[in-house]
Design a protein around this ligand. Structure first.
Ligand SMILES: [Mg+2]
Length: 175
């Protein structure tokens, strides 16, 4: 049970990226963010960053926090989205396995302790980040997806969240 917590429990869980206190992250020594794209920054079917997302990236830039978008999606999707924000990206990342997080940290020239992972999926983003010893922030998905793998992942996520709740591990505020 300790292992389940170690690998699948996010350090924080918020409604959306806009609820994250970026100034506080910066004050805590965070210099880089590895973020998922689909259903984390925008809905999986939204091609362009919204004005709010653009503002979020501007805020990070003004705080001196570097961002890398790390997604399991393809080059076309991840590339055009990231380039429109002028941020670095890794596509077909094979989260939770693969070396994408390590690569992203190296490219940003940071230490793991200075890097935070943000994503909407426990089985890919949280597991991948925890596995590398990174601080993980899970967000509620922007949109529901109907892919069967995602549905299965969501089912497992719900069970794990209920488990963490029963164990009293959850420290974040639940609404
Ligand atoms: Mg996602």
């Amino acid at each position: 049970m300790g292992l389940i917590k170690k690998y699948f429990m996010p350090n924080a869980y918020v409604q959306s990226i806009h609820q994250i206190d970026l100034a506080h992250l910066s004050q805590s020594g965070v210099k880089g963010i590895i973020t998922d794209l689909d259903n984390t920054l925008v809905g999986w079917d939204e091609a362009e960053p919204t004005p709010e997302v653009r503002e979020w990236f501007q805020q990070l830039q003004s705080l001196g926090i570097t961002v890398t978008i790390v997604s399991n999606n393809n080059e076309q999707r991840v590339g055009s989205f990231s380039e429109s924000l002028d941020v670095d990206y890794i596509f077909k990342a094979k989260k939770p396995m693969g070396k994408a997080f390590k690569k992203a940290i190296q490219r940003m020239g940071l230490q793991p302790s200075e890097t935070v992972v943000i994503g909407d999926q426990m089985m890919t983003d949280v597991f991948g980040g925890n596995n590398r010893g990174l601080y993980t922030i899970m967000v509620v998905p922007v949109k529901q997806t109907d892919g069967w793998i995602t549905k299965l992942n969501r089912m497992i996520e719900r069970r794990l969240l209920n488990h963490f709740r029963r164990k009293g591990y959850i420290k974040w505020e639940e609404s």
